[in-house]
Ligand binder design. Structure first.
Ligand SMILES: Cc1ncc(COP(=O)(O)O)c(C=O)c1O
Length: 379
């Protein structure tokens, strides 16, 4: 099945009871048993629920994996991966990272004795220099949030395999429409399904997808034992969202390109970060592992002018100033004070998250309206 068919049919069968074409919302906490253990595949909804199960099958299908797991948020999904580790284990991670992930790593898991090493991974060959006997997990985002660096998934996967280290990719920005990390050698794909997979800014959810059965069983054990599952209504909404992922992503990419090119030619804009530019330092890798370049664009104003950037985000009318990304509507954010505020200023600035940085999640509205909005806001 091709990707554009998988988004609609992947892992989906009409409901066994009445043939409903969409999986019904099984709003129930438990399931009747005829005798102890005599049930129809479901006993208690934390362990499994038919609506969530349908979504988990869809997650696995679109990421070319075998096993999908749905969680109550992206961070709950990341939390489940970290629970595979033990005190003394080390994690190697990109230094440009969603700040909630950074906060979970450094403010929760460091206290449990896990060590984190945040490094620039734009040159993937250097990753090997940082692997020790204790390294058990490599965690990357690509493109990274918000600097839009691209990490070479194949090279990183080969290094991880050589050292028997688990390799996880947060695929939230790219989505499986643009890249499928499991096919490139990653062990775990993670999503904040809150973003493009849901696609309509109406739910909070996380996803993990793996190919390996033993790893899936360990993660399923953690999902059930810790209980950070999503509810059936949200599972239904995510399933509905995924059905249009390919058409939404096509438009996100077209509009993302138009916005990036407009900003790149604007005299009041200093730098534009978007992996589709030939002058993006990782463009060559982006071209090999991504089908297109997505709808996320970051930029700074001339002279790193904080006041000018704040004016822009306040002036925007179609772009809404808000946290999050990946919905049909365009959003603008100021990472230093919003999504990345939990990273200390000096660490933020080292990786380029300066006070004038603006991050756009370019939606699927009319391209001309989006450009006109940026034009009037920048002035
Ligand atoms: C790249 C990335 N990963 C993970 C998360 C966390 O996901 P959630 O907000 O669904 O917990 C986010 C949220 O913005 C994100 O942007």
């Amino acid at each position: 099945m091709k990707f554009n068919t998988k988004t609609i049919h992947g892992g989906q069968k009409p409901d066994a009871a009445y043939g409903a074409i969409m999986p019904p919302i099984y709003q129930t906490s438990t399931f009747a048993q005829s005798t102890p253990g005599g049930h129809k595949g479901y006993e208690y909804a934390r362990s499994a629920n038919p609506t969530r199960h349908a979504l988990e099958e869809a997650f696995a299908s679109i990421e070319n994996g075998k096993f999908g797991l749905a969680f109550g948020s992206g961070l709950a999904a990341i939390d489940a991966v970290l629970k595979l580790l033990k005190p003394g284990d080390e994690v190697l991670s990109t230094n440009d990272l969603y700040s909630g992930t950074y906060r979970l790593f450094t403010k929760i898991y460091e206290d449990f004795g896990i060590k984190f090493n945040f490094i620039g991974m734009q040159n993937a060959n250097h990753i090997e220099d940082y692997i020790t006997d204790s390294t058990k997990l490599i965690w990357v985002e690509t493109p990274t949030n918000p600097m839009m660096h691209i990490i070479d998934i194949v090279t990183t996967a080969n290094i991880a395999k050589k050292h028997k280290v688990l390799f996880a990719v947060d695929n939230t920005f790219a989505t499986p429409y643009l890249q499928q990390p499991l096919d490139l050698g990653a062990d775990i794909v993670m999503h904040s399904a809150t973003k493009y997979l849901g696609g309509h800014s109406d739910l909070v959810m996380g996803a993990l997808v793996v190919k390996d059965k033993e790893l899936a069983e360990r993660l399923y054990f953690i999902q059930n034992a810790s209980g950070a599952i999503c509810g059936p209504q949200d599972a239904f909404l995510a399933l509905r969202g995924i059905k249009t992922l390919h058409v939404r992503m096509q438009r996100h990419c077209e509009n993302g390109r138009a916005v990036a090119e407009y900003l790149d030619n604007h005299p009041k804009i200093e730098k534009v970060y978007w992996p589709g530019f030939k002058h993006h330092p990782n463009h060559a890798i982006a071209k090999t592992q991504m089908r297109d370049f997505g709808g996320m664009v970051s930029f700074t104003t001339k002279g790193n002018n904080y006041e000018a950037s704040i004016k822009i985000v306040e002036n925007l009318k179609i772009f809404t100033l808000a946290e999050s990304l990946g919905g049909v509507e365009s959003l603008a954010g100021h990472p230093a004070s919003m999504t990345h505020a939990s990273i200390p200023k000096k660490d933020r600035e080292k990786i380029g998250v300066v006070d004038s940085l603006i991050r756009l999640s370019v939606g699927i509205e009319d391209e001309a309206d989006l450009i006109a909005d940026l034009k009037q806001a920048i002035g």
